[in-house]
Design a protein around this ligand. Sequence first.
Ligand code: SF4
Ligand code: SF4
Length: 388
Amino acid sequence: MYYNEMAGLKISALGMGNMRLPKVEGENEKIDRKRAEEMIDYAMAHGINYYDTAYRYHGGESELFIGEALKKYPRESFYLASKFPGHMMVKKEGGVVGFTSGLAGWPDSTVPGVFEEQLKKCQVEYFDFYLLHNLCENSLPMYDDEELDIIGYLKKQKELGRIRHLGFSSHAVSAATIDDFLTKHEGVFEFVQIQLNYLDWKLQDARAKYDVIVKHGLKVVVMEGVRGGRLASLPEEEMKKLRTVRPEDSAARWALRFLQALPGVAVTLSGMSSMEQLVENIETYQEPDPVTKEEAELLFTVADSMLSWVPCTACRYCTEGCPMELEIPKIIAAYNAVKNGENSAKYDPDECDPSLDPRRCIGCGACQGICPQNIAIPDIMTEFAGML
Ligand code: SF4
Ligand code: SF4
């Protein structure tokens, strides 16, 4: 494992994301604790020292799991990052916060209440890194609300040593949103976590976001480096192009090497779901092996072939609130495959589980506005239903 500097610390260049841990078969969110803990132990034994979680990952179980899995290690042997879920919250009377409509059933709390709960769930006295979760055009009013004073409260926790380093993650549409926020809160944040990979370089203007963060003198934490697995499994035609240059390399390795070439990137998070992925990724991070300029250009031609795909990363933020219990990311994956002529013969919704049938969408809109990729989910459902 090689290491980079961030906030004066030596951080493993590969970080362990805890949003896509192995799950119990047949369950949507429930973590397979045994398999997941084996992965954490392997990661610790092989030099990964950055562990990222959030209040909402795995329906709230991720923080509980990582707290349990890491408690046998000395506290100073790992860096733990978690996030304040303001992007999924609504302000209520008297400093109380509740969750957006897609998360009905989650109890109301307060800003301190959420933070204290997180420390307790993670079984720690402090977070090494703490982020506002998804600062974007929609969540800005919440994070800048003067009455709730989320940022003021977190700054206070930093003074008290309960947060060591403050940052934010962002799926903002525009790089200017990140730029303006950093300018307004100059000196408060030390790092920014963004979705960055060779496809989003153009598709979601990730290049401009990266440039803004570097311009402010901050480090970048990468999320979705292989885009929820999409860039780990390329169509055969695209793989052929890459094999002509490096016959042995996997698609995931190509994607991660692209990030290794960006000097502002301190740590790349990978939400790994299996031991195989973890072993392969750790291998990729033994030594820096950044793509050359020519290799980056080749990756951009691969990306060009995918620009028409609906950019779902299978984060599952949208699934909890769906009254029809539709498996939205799986339906979108099927839509992409059918639309791009990969799988049309195989996808017959009458033969599938009802949760995979887009014709069951009632257009209620509970999923609307929650998607960090700004996908118009009801429109996709309607279009796909029509195609079938
Ligand atoms: S609009 Fe369709 S997919 Fe979205 S929550 Fe409602 S039923 Fe589910
Ligand atoms: S549609 Fe959006 S919210 Fe739902 S899984 Fe895909 S990226 Fe996540």
